[in-house]
Design a protein around this ligand. Structure first.
Ligand code: 5GP
Ligand code: ZN
Length: 113
């Protein structure tokens, strides 16, 4: 996807602070962190959002869940963490490439405002 900032990060056209990478998934630090730990975990394949997940591409979402669990362990997030995926404009999705925010290191309110 030519104009997708996260595809550009996957391709190395835009630099990022990578914390995890394998064949299908990349995790890197958010440019504008909202918590002491704020990572974005994305599929390397361009998928617009969770609304486009079906049986043909859901395996990568399961794999992302495994990666998040591994990151939580490796980063010692034992006090807790929050995972958020904004889906669509009213939810505030600004980058139209599926991503999961992994947030930790402070208290979080609920419901999220
Ligand atoms: P959304 O608002 O779509 O849920 O989240 C997009 C996130 O991507 C935001 O938290 C924003 O700070 C982050 N972001 C946008 N552009 C870049 C970039 O070029 N590099 C990095 N590391 N994060 C970005
Ligand atoms: Zn993309």
């Amino acid at each position: 996807m030519e104009d997708c900032v996260f595809c550009k990060i996957v391709n190395g056209d835009i630099p990022s602070a990578k914390v995890y990478e394998d064949d299908t998934v990349l995790a890197f630090k958010d440019l504008d962190p909202q918590a002491p730990t704020h990572l974005l975990v994305i599929p390397k394949q361009h998928v617009r959002s969770l609304a486009e997940i079906d049986a043909s591409n859901s395996a990568v979402v399961a794999h992302i869940a495994e990666v998040i669990a591994k990151l939580a362990k490796d980063l010692d997030l034992k006090d807790g963490f929050r995972v958020v995926s904004n889906c669509g404009d009213s939810a505030g999705q600004s980058v139209k490439h599926l991503h999961f925010h992994l947030l930790a290191g402070r208290e979080f309110t609920w419901p999220a405002g």
